[in-house]
Write a protein that binds this ligand. Sequence first.
Ligand code: FAD
Length: 501
Amino acid sequence: MNEHMIRDVVIVGGGTAGWMAAAAFSRFLNNGVTRITLVESEEIGTVGVGEATIPPLITFNRMLGIDENEFIRETGATYKLGIEFEGWGDIGERYFHPFGSHGHDLGGVHFHQLYLRERKRRVLQDISAWSMSAVAAQAGKFARPAQGAQSAVKDLLYAFHFDAALYARFLRRYAEANGVRRNEGKIVDVVLRPGDGHVSAVTLENGESVGGDLFVDCSGFRGLLIEEALATGYEDWRQWLPCDRAVAVPSRYSGDPDPFTRATARGAGWQWRIPLQQRMGNGLVYCSEFMTGEAAEKELLANLEGEPLAEPRHLSFRTGRRRLGWNRNVVALGLSSGFVEPLESTSIHLVQSGIAKLIALFPDRRFNPVERDEYNRQMCDLYEDVRDFVILHYKATRRSDTPFWDRCRTMEVPDSLQRKMDLFRAKGRLFREGLELFATTSWVAVCLGQHIVPAEHEPAADALDEAKVADAMEQMRLDYLQVAAQLPTHAEFLRHSGATL
Ligand code: FAD
């Protein structure tokens, strides 16, 4: 046995991040050598929000071998085809940010370029008419595309809304069945090794010491190891993402769940509406500089569909990123590694990405700075890409009806985002760089949805025959409508998946 072998992995925290990490490690580091322990404190509890996801979660579940119907049943889940944004560009406007793509490229030219050209010639529908996911969502329809599907249904890309606490419980059963040890208790001390300053153990309130070689900090916003013990530092993004509070409440609703999230802009922030099987998840995300907690709660309750099912819960946060996701022998996952605010439902994905990168760079024999730096570089890029995409929603507003929106509209944005907006404004050009999460469809949906209209289209689009392009586009649009008409309703498909409505 190599004396430097990394045998004991200790996960601190049992929220969504902790149990996702435990489940994935129990599946991918199941080598007979690595022991995985998770420490959590029921007394401290979890953040208790986080209900909307994006499509890569399907891959995470599949990699764990989770049956999707079982997952739907166990987590109160519904299907999600995208997000409807209300009042972001201006009051009274709405648009849809779908999963999947807009139409199909023709002759090597991006679909949205053809759309931009065609839009100059005639009045066209909104670009979401060329998204299978958006068309199905707006018709309240859903089906999982069968493998190898030939029709436009294969363009339907989806994610889930679910109860994050039930998901954590589901993954806990999975992880414990795969050998993960759970240790209930409150950590009161973190022991650092003299010399290299690595964490060597955490001490619980009952005096027990849990030692390890690698620590995964999933302790939530506080960052028990990464910040409180290692003082890693935090990059604050409030100048671009000013919301720093949320108030959340579930409500009872009648009728069938929509297969999409709704994000409605309000005077000093925005409100989410997330349909689950048995309840609606609601919350108002706001900026405390422009709104009090009391006013936020009042606004949320005034805009609730159905009666509240619990007392509203108030939360504080600071948008930003931990300077290093991996510092010494501690890797932070979840809220301890940063928070880009929930607008595009990316937090759980950032957990998933961190887990995948850590497994890919797992230090099985010793800590190699090259691997650690690579992890930090990739996570930093990912966080910043997500940050820019979320800032875009605030910056690209034309609202000036409140000081909050006035500030967002006139703020300076990061150079990386400004460059993208300028390129899009000129000729609708978008380039997906490196490991960027949000693809062309997402940028096009938000830019056009919020009226960033390119002055021109790419010259390459002019090389294609106008009449042929117009016919092909019309055929695509009709195909999407026809396929959507044939799909079951979202509620029917949910029942078929074993959901209780
Ligand atoms: P937590 O849930 O806070 O878990 C922390 C864990 O650490 C707990 O088990 C706790 O007991 C343990 N712990 C802490 N201190 C100690 C100690 N001293 N001893 C022992 N244990 C300890 N994400 C999405 O993807 N989609 C969304 O729609 C979404 N909406 C959100 C809305 C809001 C308002 C907020 C604030 C977040 C939202 N998120 C969303 C983010 C999402 O909630 C989190 O990313 C996710 O739940 C992971 O949280 P976590 O596990 O990192 O932290």
